[in-house]
Design a protein around this ligand. Structure first.
Ligand code: ADP
Ligand code: MG
Length: 709
């Protein structure tokens, strides 16, 4: 008989837990409540923590009201009836550190179960009772013959009666039955050796029954790596496949249009801008379509990079498109880009003068009638060089003559379908795509969230900016100082923003609160100043009216909801006041703050909150740093990756142990390994087990989703 190959994850997934000894109908149902149906589910149902018996789980450490587990010895057991005829079993337990009273109601059999001298684990919520500690109806586990120093604690619930020891024993049996064939380890040995990773089979055993916390940690690291590697493999496979199968344009990056544009700028590029443009040009010059993310803090100067990308397409006779998430932003971009381009002319041999003016057109759903027809015709015949707009740009009925480069502003997901739509619009080739985001996310998180993109970073602000001084007005006493600052700045000829409290539930309430704030400030704190009000319920014409009054200095203070979060650029505004700042997230506060500090005058940002006794880590982080990347790290630390990953819920299903926060380095290593593996074996033919795992653990939808960022 030939030797059977090691057991794969797919093999494990094919075995129902009912096949394990001790798992009958009842336990099967209980396990199902934790989404454990098969043996793969079981062995990847990891302990939620591990208790080191020698120095944890002691009575002395219990805190009333907080659920905890203690390992104790039974001292005495007595039973009696209560007045309303319930049985009550009283148990005294103790460990080296103290004693505790345990009471069980309506569990008469506890008297027989719990004998003096027995070692048990109790899980419950201690209370104080008659000056001592008491637990009522805790979950009891008999430690029995489990002698390991480290006790794994599995997710438990009161409802389903499934003890941590039962789970442990099922896992133990499952792994014992795998022992003969062993568990397959499809990760190339070069990788596991280089990263000093424990064998996978050993890792499963060690994470469930470690001899030491160190062993547990090594096991966790190995299994977390596997999770991250699988995600990266999906992303890298997709990336490479796109590169292989899609025909792009090898752009002429040495043309003179870009050069003339850059030379005409009133300032030299920052080092970071030069680096980003160089990286982009390398991508543009190759025949594979670019798919790159440009991360840069507010004010870092992304627009110049975007425009030079579009012009690189234009100088080779193609077209460029800039896509913004909203019509207002598209309009602002159109104004800004036209200004930036100035009188730039495009070489045109067909013209008497040898060139013609560059043609930039706006296309949103607000552009209608004859104007729309004209723009559409220009896109189709190639006379429009740069189109700026919303998603309207890739809608049905919009044809480009030859779309060469697309810049997508602000992190709306630009997915597979959009790319396909672009390909259809541009004569079969795929345009080069640059996605810009002003919300930096930490590098390793970007590798997962935007895993099939290359990343360029603008990590340097243009010179001459005076950093924004940020202060926290903690409570009403300090608020007076805020309004005094606003008055002072207005007295100096500057302007201010006041951002009204964020109200999640309803725009209507938010508008009401903005109106109220506007009234109050007009009549009281800022009486005598010229105030304007901006919110989402105004018509576009009203908004534009208010904005232009503010821009031209005819308003001193703009009271607004978060509609000003992006795109508003008034260099003369030097004060930002954010009310109820603790309702905003770090990234949003940072975005809002970025509305000031855009000119040469020193700017300040006041974060106003109700009085806080303790600290407020988010507000304090903003006070401490103006660096978006640093703040992104803090944010990830504070929130965990939960929120970040919520945008990719599905692909997350396989990340049980790995944490983008804790495992930053492992993410980078996994990505590196994924490139290594895929570049040596693009179809994973030499790695059938690994390929099969991707197939098993990710649905098609996941794979699409992961690659969609
Ligand atoms: P972002 O889009 O990254 O928030 P912008 O492209 O709007 O930033 O640029 C912010 C401001 O900085 C603009 O007023 C722009 O003119 C200016 N700017 C951009 N690059 C430079 C530079 N290299 N030197 C000086 N000012 C710059
Ligand atoms: Mg290219």
């Amino acid at each position: 008989m030939s030797e059977r190959p090691p057991i794969t994850l797919r093999d494990l997934a094919a075995i129902d837990v009912a096949q394990l000894r001790g798992v009958g109908d009842k336990k099967r149902t209980a396990l199902a409540a934790f989404d454990v149906h098969n043996v793969l589910d079981l062995v990847t149902n990891y302990p939620r923590r591990w208790v080191d018996r020698t120095n944890e789980a002691r009575i002395a450490d219990l805190v009333p009201g907080e659920e905890a587990l203690v390992l104790v010895t039974v001292r005495t057991v007595t039973k009696r009836m209560t007045r309303n005829r319930r049985t009550m079993v009283n148990v005294q337990v103790g460990d080296g550190s103290g004693r505790m009273h345990v009471v069980f109601f309506n569990q008469p059999w506890r008297e027989r179960q719990l004998k003096e001298g027995l070692q048990i684990a109790l899980y419950g919520k201690p209370d104080t009772y008659r000056g001592g500690l008491q637990m009522a109806n805790p979950i009891v586990d008999l430690i029995g013959d489990r002698t390991g120093r480290i006790v794994p604690i599995y997710p438990q619930s009161e409802k389903v009666q499934l003890t941590t020891w039962e789970v442990a024993s099922f896992v133990e049996e499952a792994l014992r039955r795998c022992a003969e064939r062993g568990i397959a380890d499809p990760v190339p040995v070069e990788v596991t050796d280089r990263l000093d990773l424990m064998a996978r089979g050993q890792a499963f055993a060690s994470i469930h029954a470690p001899e030491s916390m160190r062993e547990k940690e090594a096991a966790r690291r190995r299994l977390a790596f596997d999770e991250l590697l699988r995600v990266q493999l999906v992303l890298v496979l997709r990336k490479r496949e796109l590169e292989r199968t899609s025909r792009g344009i090898a752009h002429d990056v040495d043309g003179e249009l870009v050069q003339r544009f850059l030379e005409a700028l009133p300032y030299p590029l920052t080092g970071a801008q030069r680096r980003a443009i160089a990286q982009i040009e390398v991508d543009l010059a190759t025949p594979q379509p670019m798919h790159r993310l440009l991360q840069g803090d507010v004010g870092a100067g992304k627009t110049v990079v975007a425009v030079s990308t579009l012009l690189a397409a234009v100088q080779g006779g193609h077209q460029g498109a800039l896509m913004a998430p909203t019509e207002v932003l598209a309009e602002q971009h159109a104004t800004g880009v036209r200004e930036l381009l100035g009188e730039l002319r495009v070489p045109d041999p067909g013209n008497l003068f040898g060139d013609r003016p560059l043609r930039v057109e706006l296309l949103t759903n607000r552009v209608t009638g004859a104007e729309r027809k004209d723009v559409l015709a220009g896109l189709a015949d190639g006379t429009v060089d740069i189109a700026i707009g919303t998603h309207a740009l890739i809608q049905e009925g919009v044809e480009f003559s030859s779309l060469g480069a697309v810049v997508v502003d602000e992190q709306h997901r630009f997915g597979v379908e959009q790319r396909a739509a672009l390909r259809d619009k541009s004569g079969g080739h795929v345009p080069d795509v640059l996605v810009m985001t002003a919300t930096p996310i930490p590098r390793t998180a970007a590798m997962t969230v935007y895993g099939d993109l290359d990343v360029s970073v603008l990590d340097e602000l243009p010179p001459g900016r005076t950093p924004i001084v940020t202060k926290w007005a903690n409570g009403p006493m300090l608020e007076a100082e805020v309004w005094a600052d606003v008055r002072h700045e207005v007295g100096e000829g500057r302007q201010a923003y006041v951002v009204c409290p964020l109200i999640d539930e309803s725009e209507k309430l938010e508008v009401a609160s903005a109106e109220e704030t506007f009234q109050r400030l007009s009549n009281d704190e800022l009486k005598g100043l010229r105030l304007g009000l901006l919110h989402g319920r105004l018509t576009p014409a009203e908004k534009e009216m208010t904005m232009s009054l503010f821009r031209s200095g005819q308003l001193d203070v703009l009271v607004a909801t978060t509609v000003i979060e992006v795109g508003v650029d008034v260099p003369n505004a030097t004060v930002m006041v954010i009310l109820d700042a603790d309702r905003f997230g770090i990234a949003q506060l940072h975005q809002l703050r970025g509305r000031v500090g855009r000119g040469t005058h020193e700017s300040m940002c006041w974060l106003v909150t109700q009085e806080h006794d303790g600290g407020n880590p988010r507000v304090e982080a903003l006070v401490a740093s103006t660096d978006g990347f640093e703040l992104a790290e803090v944010d990830l630390d504070l929130r965990g990756e939960g929120t970040l990953m919520s945008t990719m819920q599905k692909g997350r299903s396989d990340l049980k142990l790995a944490s983008l926060r804790r495992d930053r380095q492992l993410v980078a290593k996994a990505r590196e390994a994924a490139f290594e593996i895929v570049d040596a074996d693009p179809g994973l033919e030499q790695h059938p087990v690994l390929l099969d795992e991707l197939d098993l653990l990710f649905t098609d939808e996941d794979e699409d989703f992961l690659a969609k960022s």
